[in-house]
Design a protein around this ligand. Structure first.
Ligand code: NAD
Length: 287
């Protein structure tokens, strides 16, 4: 099965980028959000991004026109999921909220529609609990990386019930979107990249908490000493400290291991509303 028409639910940091990435690669995409304000912002962001591509001569006017015609910003959920082959869920990293949405989608979508999630941590079998038996084979994780328009990897995680056709179709969709898919056949919280990256984030936070290094010093060390393209503090600001904290809390809840306890500095920043780029301040300040 080749996926040509998708719906993306959630137009925040990741959803807007996933949708635009799909549109640029010739996929018909409808982007929606429960909060109209978020969808409006996503549309303005997409317009600005595409104009920037023309200005920088990275895309021609014709290519931009084509991308614009492939993406629709839709305020109504029912309209967004009508006549699509796959829905990608990109809403807040909260299990109850995701399960409610999956249960709703299961009732609203025809049985052959694939329900994929961009979750950073919840394995497909957890999300599949919300759907009827006949749909469990169609539930899969499709984990993109931020910034989606730049990062080539997509982790595809299958659950014990995910069927081969669903895996193949999602691999095909990832490739069509210009990504390099890796398929994980076994479920594990955080998958591969976030397990590695999460440790870096935690260590960076602990160095800050202990007063040993500032975010600037940590980022310089990672960027020059490890040749990471972006230091961990800049990356946490980009990903959203709130999202990073939720991922850590969820991991700790599952493992109950001391090493997975969310760092104090992350909690304090979230309490103060310092979520990173999305709120204008995190480890760094943004205009
Ligand atoms: P975000 O907070 O920026 O955006 C979430 C969006 O979902 C918001 O626009 C919100 O209005 C919308 N929303 C919330 N509940 C909804 C509902 N019930 N129905 C429809 N829309 C709803 O979050 P994000 O950073 O884009 O993360 C989204 C998902 O992607 C999470 O599962 C997260 O773990 C995952 N993810 C995030 C990153 C990252 O770098 N931020 C990277 C990979 C994966």
């Amino acid at each position: 099965m080749t996926i040509e028409k998708i719906a993306v639910i959630g137009s925040g940091t990741m959803g807007k980028q996933i949708a635009l990435n799909a549109a640029i690669h010739g996929i018909n995409v409808k982007l929606t959000d429960a909060f109209p304000e978020s969808l409006k912002k996503a549309q303005a962001w997409a317009d600005e991004y595409l104009q920037g591509r023309i200005d920088k001569e990275r895309m021609t006017e014709e290519q931009v026109k084509e991308a614009r015609s492939n993406i629709k910003f839709v305020y109504d959920l029912e309209e967004a999921i009508a006549d699509v082959e796959c829905v990608i869920e990109v809403i807040v990293e909260d299990l109850t909220t995701k399960l409610n949405l999956f249960a709703k989608l299961d009732k609203m979508c025809p049985p052959e529609v694939i329900l994929a999630s961009n979750t950073s941590s919840f394995v497909p079998s957890k999300l599949a609990k919300a759907v009827r038996d006949g749909r469990k084979g169609k539930v899969i994780d499709m984990h993109f990386f931020n910034p989606v328009l730049v990062m080539k990897l997509v982790e595809i995680v299958r659950g014990p019930d995910t069927d081969d056709d669903t895996v193949d179709a999602i691999v095909g969709l990832g490739e069509k979107m210009g990504k390099t898919p890796v398929v994980l056949d076994k479920e594990i919280n955080g998958f591969v990249v976030n397990r590695i990256m999460g440790r870096t984030f935690e260590e960076a936070c602990r160095l800050i908490e202990a007063g040993i290094a500032t975010p600037e010093v940590i980022d310089i060390c990672a960027e020059i000493g490890l040749r990471h393209p972006m230091g961990p503090c800049k990356l946490m600001d980009l990903n959203g400290i709130d999202t990073c904290l939720r991922v850590r809390e969820q991991r700790y809840e599952e493992s109950q291991e001391e090493i997975d306890k969310p760092p104090l500095v992350m909690k304090q920043m979230v309490e103060k509303g310092l979520y990173g780029r999305k709120t204008g301040e995190g480890f760094y300040k943004y205009d």
